[in-house]
Each structure stands twice: as structure tokens, then as C-alpha cells.
Design a protein around this ligand. Structure first.
Ligand SMILES: C[S@@+](CC[C@H](N)C(=O)[O-])C[C@H]1O[C@@H](n2cnc3c(N)ncnc32)[C@H](O)[C@@H]1O
Length: 254
């Protein structure tokens, strides 16, 4: 799917915060080989580079737009275009890091063990994924699709339960790792501006739906979704909108 790094980074502070929280739980002092899967515009990859300046850090992503932005912002980091589903670490990994990307891939029962297999002994798999697919920002996106005259075209593009419960990842990884830590955090984002929840999703889950429609129909769908989430996440008298957003974190040590 084509990505829009500018729209995505409108909320870059909030989107990078879980990467900071995840990184704080990675118990490595001097990893040599570090990969950031689904690196996007490189906002989290930069944190990896800053924490371990001596490491060889590689950002991996399938999106040419995201990689162009990453390359322009951080020319000192290595960027590789690849599909995570087929990706194999060129050298055993001391750290495989992934912030807000793996929910875009299916078949986690195959993917997570395959990633763990790429780790060197003592290596770490550190992953964060959004975990709010039963929250209203997403159920209302589903509702807007179901009522749309373009339902048939849009429905296959919805992310349906892409993230499993914490115990699913614990069970998958504990057979391959000596230590597995899984937790969730529910952030309370304080957003500003008009229709901020719609604007947030326009940088991620809403985008493939809009891209699938002709421009006028895309605008109509966007307005309808904006209307639905405006009611669910009302603007407060002082002008801000509270947006609770849950995320799931995994740190597994091989
Ligand atoms: C929401 S962005 C996350 C960007 C960044 N990691 C961050 O911390 O904000 C998700 C990224 O995952 C990438 N992605 C999704 N599916 C992918 C796949 N199968 N292979 C490679 N990259 C993928 C997208 O291109 C996008 O850049």
C-alpha cells in the first residue's frame, strides 16, 4: 500500500512514544547487528542509531515513499526495501525491533517464530503493535465500510483482528526464547485541530480505503467517517480531543 510520510508524521510524537517505551525495555548494552522492521520514515530507527552508535543499524520497509523520507532524514543509516513476510536477516540479529508495523502482516503464528529464528543467541525481538481494533476508531471504520455503496471493494482492505491476545505471543515465543515479556499500555493522546482522530487514521488504517475509491467517493467516505468519530471522540470545550489508544508490547530474549 502507498504511504504518506507527511500525514503519518503529523502525529509523530505520539507515534514514536511507544518506540521509546519499548526501547527502554531492551536489555542490550552493545548489539552489533540491529534491524528495524517496518521502519517507515525512520523515526524509531533514529532512536536505535542514537542508543548504539557503534552498531550496524538497518531499516527495512516495503514502502518506497517511507524509505525516501527515511533516507532523506537519516542518510547515515542503511535502508533496505523488502517485504517483512519474506525477510531473512543477512547476519544473525542481536536485535530485531519493530514499532507499529507487524499488525499489517497476517499469519503471526508463522511470522513471530520465523523472526525469533533470525536472532543470535542472546538476541532480542522487540515489537510494539496497536491493539485497539475493538475500539471505536476502528469499529466505526468498519461501520462506515458496511454502509458504503463500495462495501465489496473496501471490506477486504479492513484489518480484522490482526493482533492476538498477549498469551498468544507468549506461547508462540516461549518455546524459542529464554525470557518473554508481554504487556499492554493504553495511552491517552491529547489531540488538537479539526477531526484529529480521522486525521490520525488517515496516516494509517484509513489510507488504503481512501486510495481504493475514486476521489469524490473517497472524500464522501472520509467525511462520513469523520462525522462518526467526531461523535465518539468529541472535542472538549478547551479545543482538545482525547484519544485513548492501546498498544501491545513484546520483548523476547533468545
Ligand atoms: C505505521 S508505519 C510504522 C513506522 C515506524 N516504524 C514507526 O515507528 O512509526 C508501518 C510501516 O510498516 C511498513 N510495512 C507494512 N507491511 C510491511 C511489509 N509486509 N513489509 C515491509 N514493510 C511493511 C509500512 O510500509 C509502513 O512504513
Amino acid at each position: 500500500m502507498p504511504w504518506d510520510p507527511t500525514q503519518y508524521l503529523r502525529f509523530g510524537g505520539y507515534r514514536t512514544r511507544p518506540a521509546i517505551d519499548l526501547l527502554a525495555r531492551v536489555p542490550l548494552s552493545a548489539p552489533r547487528r540491529v534491524y528495524d522492521l517496518g521502519c517507515g520514515p525512520g523515526n524509531a530507527t533514529q532512536l536505535l542509531r542514537e542508543r548504539w552508535p557503534e552498531a550496524r543499524v538497518t531499516g527495512v520497509d516495503a514502502s518506497a515513499e517511507m524509505l525516501d523520507k527515511a533516507r532523506a532524514s537519516h542518510p547515515d543509516i542503511e535502508w533496505v526495501r523488502d517485504d517483512i513476510a519474506a525477510w531473512r536477516a543477512p547476519e544473525p540479529a542481536d536485535l530485531i525491533f519493530s514499532n507499529a508495523a507487524l499488525h499489517w502482516l497476517g499469519d503471526h503464528a508463522r511470522l513471530f517464530p520465523a523472526l525469533a529464528e533470525q536472532l543470535a543467541p542472546g538476541g532480542v525481538l522487540a515489537v510494539q503493535m496497536p491493539d485497539g481494533f475493538h475500539d471505536r476508531w476502528h469499529t466505526l471504520m468498519n461501520a462506515a465500510v458496511y454502509e458504503s455503496p463500495y462495501r465489496e471493494r473496501l471490506e477486504p482492505l479492513l484489518l480484522v483482528d490482526p493482533v492476538g491476545p498477549p498469551s498468544f505471543y507468549f506461547d508462540l515465543l516461549s518455546a524459542r526464547a529464554r525470557d518473554v515479556d508481554v504487556w499492554t499500555t493504553r495511552y491517552l493522546h491529547v489531540l488538537e485541530g479539526d477531526d484529529p482522530v480521522k486525521e490520525w487514521t488517515k496516516g494509517s488504517a484509513l489510507k488504503p480505503l481512501l486510495d481504493a475509491l475514486p476521489p469524490a467517493e473517497g472524500r464522501a467516505f472520509e467525511s462520513r467517517y469523520a462525522e462518526l468519530v467526531r461523535d465518539a471522540y468529541p472535542r472538549r470545550p478547551e479545543g482538545t480531543t482525547l484519544f485513548p489508544f492501546q498498544r501491545l508490547f513484546i520483548v523476547a530474549i533468545r
